[in-house]
Write a new protein. Structure first.
Length: 155
């Protein structure tokens, strides 16, 4: 089972909302017709691979189209929204109607780790505190290392 595939140079995952541009010939003129919907399934392997896109048309009627990936009339694939799904086939969307059929949980963007920067004033305070600690250790005359300690005997 394929969870992602490359179509027209774009990586498409199951659950993505996409706009697919398909070249259509009417008489002698060519035009591009867009079909927008949610990718609900991917089937096949290598050159026989297909993906199914479902959209809700006027009157809450579901329309599905099956596109082969290497179809010559496919011009463009644009990803509108990515969803985080747990299934490889989203056939459960067929039973939903209206807005519920389009709502899938959005994929959370990976957050970069936040690197905290210390301001110059804080650096000065930290360096003064370190200097004060070093001065107090030197002035006390005691070594900072471990010395020989007397053991007390308790009876």
């Amino acid at each position: 089972m394929a969870l992602q595939t490359i179509v027209c140079g774009t990586t498409v995952h199951i659950g993505d909302s996409v706009i697919i541009g398909q070249k259509i010939r009417e008489g002698e003129k060519d035009r591009i017709q867009n079909f927008s919907g949610v990718v609900i399934a991917m089937k096949g392997e290598q050159s026989e691979k297909t993906f199914t896109v479902r959209r809700i048309a006027v009157g809450a009627i579901g329309v599905e189209k099956i596109f082969p990936i290497d179809m010559p009339s496919l011009v463009s694939v644009k990803i509108v929204k990515q969803a985080e799904v747990r299934r490889s086939k989203l056939y459960f969307l067929r039973e939903r109607s209206g807005k519920a059929a389009l709502q899938l949980p959005e994929k959370k963007a990976k957050q970069k780790p936040v690197i905290k920067t210390v301001s110059s004033e804080k650096k000065k305070k930290i360096s003064k505190a370190n200097e004060n600690k070093q001065k107090s250790v030197k002035s006390s005359g005691k070594s900072g290392g471990r010395g020989r300690r007397k053991l007390s005997s308790k009876k």
